[in-house]
Write a protein that binds this ligand. Structure first.
Ligand code: PMP
Length: 462
């Protein structure tokens, strides 16, 4: 099915790169540095593979940007988009109207989501989902007569998007530095990162300590001023940071005790990444709001939203106009594609099959490859998350002073070997499509090992 030869009239790689450099600003990129090198032009994809404009076949162990959960090339999704575009390419839902795809998707989400999640507010992205969360929780407390209860507590090195609201909730200092963020009314606490911050504590002891930072912050700010706590069940963009098992139960206890809302940012964890529909289910937590995007449509269309628990939905529904929304909230084509994606995930039992079969197999492969590797430590797997940290001295948990640089070097080595893995700080991270087979898992881990071996040799460690 793959077409690697150039079509008549199609530009060459060099032409594309030159036009790209001349006219396109890439997200999160140093434009000058990128343009000096030239972007790799990705032209098509199937399953877990991408192809570039030179015909190279690349293993996409990042599912695009953590989103192509179902894998590339599902014709049903293309057909759903085509059918919907012909029937009703656009209509809004602002002024007493609705349409079948938004209704069907909402009903399907209510069926899939944990008990009590029966409402959804749609956005185009995860960032807008989190902006919606900020506005919704503040509107919720104001509607209950507590307008001053508006501070949201989140974590250092959490990622919640790149809009002003999303980047403020996020705890990425390099983002805050540009444009005077965070906005007022956001407070950050420590992230539950045992390997970095745990010192002499066991992971379990440290998990409680990190969670109790929330309690301290609530007391410091005054519970009457605190609206909510938000966190990713597993931190994705921060480097696949898996909290100790004691962390989320303690966060749940604190939110319950002080009566603040708990928000799970499920943009990455949602729709199967952890081996369950939602990361909240994996950890057994009971959020009031869940931000969703990415895997909702497996990236085939831009769509996100907020799943709202009945306790909050009731208040919002009885508080008059909620003055918020986007032209493309509940876009019919995006909804039709997302609904088809969810049907496939459900009917083909993709998440169950992954959890029962390839997931434990791939975890074993990852640990076999890296547990005794001289260059890495904190070898971690959860669902279809895979990560390692580059370390100078394993015994002392000592990181490299230039770990970030080494990880970028490793990412380049991966790129040359036609493997997409991501470098975050001094971690190498990946999150392949949930449809990855056993044979593909062997290929993925084999490639990852080859690349880390190459870096280890360059550093004289192998
Ligand atoms: N939340 C989380 C947890 C994310 O990982 C991301 C994107 N990586 C976002 C929010 C923002 O989503 P988007 O890029 O679609 O705005």
């Amino acid at each position: 099915r793959q077409v690697t030869e150039r079509k008549a009239g199609q530009r060459s790689t060099r032409e594309w790169q030159a036009l790209d450099a001349a006219h396109h600003f890439h997200p999160f990129s140093d434009a000058a540095a990128l343009n000096a090198q030239g972007s790799r032009v990705i032209t098509h994809a199937d399953g877990v593979y991408l192809w570039d404009s030179d015909g190279n076949k690349i293993f996409d162990a990042m599912s695009g940007l953590w989103c192509v959960n179902i894998g590339y090339g599902r014709e049903e999704l293309a057909e759903a988009a085509y059918r919907q575009m012909r029937e009703l390419p656009f209509y809004n839902t602002f002024f007493k109207t609705t349409h079948p795809p938004v209704v069907e998707l909402s009903a399907l989400l209510a069926e899939i989501a944990p008990d009590g999640f029966n409402h959804v507010f749609y956005t185009n992205s995860g960032s807008e989902g989190n902006d919606t969360v900020i506005r919704m929780v503040r509107h919720y407390w104001a509607s209950l007569g507590q307008p001053q209860k508006k501070t949201i507590i989140s974590r250092v090195n959490g990622y919640h998007g790149s809009t002003i609201g999303g980047a403020s909730l996020g705890g990425m200092t390099y983002m805050h530095e540009q444009g005077d963020l965070p906005i007022p009314g956001i407070a950050h606490i420590e992230q539950p990162y045992w390997y970095a911050n745990g010192g002499d504590l066991t992971p379990e002891e440290y998990g409680l300590k990190a969670a109790r930072e929330l309690e301290k912050k609530i007391l410091e700010l005054g519970v009457e001023n605190v609206a909510a706590f938000i966190g990713e069940p597993v931190q994705g963009a921060g480097g696949i940071i898996i909290p100790p098992t004691t962390y989320w139960p303690e966060i749940q206890r604190i939110c319950d005790q002080y009566g603040i809302l708990l928000i799970a940012d499920e943009v990455i964890c949602g729709f199967g990444r952890t081996g369950h529909w939602f990361g909240s289910q994996y950890y057994g937590i009971r959020p009031h709001l869940m931000t969703i995007a990415k895997g909702l449509s497996s990236g085939y269309q831009p769509i996100g939203g907020v799943l709202v628990h009945d306790t909050v939905a009731k208040v919002i529904a009885e508080s008059g106009d909620f003055n918020h929304g986007f032209t493309y909230s509940g876009h019919p084509v995006a909804c039709a594609v997302a609904a088809e994606n969810l049907r496939i995930l459900k009917n083909e039992r993709i998440i169950d099959k992954m959890r029962e079969d390839v997931m434990p197999y791939a975890h074993q492969l990852w640990h076999n490859a890296f547990d005794d590797h001289p260059l890495v430590d904190d070898v971690r797997t959860l669902g279809f998350f895979f990560a390692v940290t580059l370390v100078e001295d394993k015994a002392r948990r000592q990181r490299f002073a230039n770990g970030g640089e080494l990880a970028l070097r490793c990412r380049d080595i991966c790129f040359q070997n036609n493997l997409v893995m991501r470098a975050t700080g001094d971690s190498m991270i990946s999150a392949p499509p949930l449809t990855m087979s056993r044979a593909e898992a062997r290929e993925f881990v084999g490639l990852a090992k080859k690349c880390l071996d190459q870096l280890a040799r360059e550093l004289g460690r192998l």
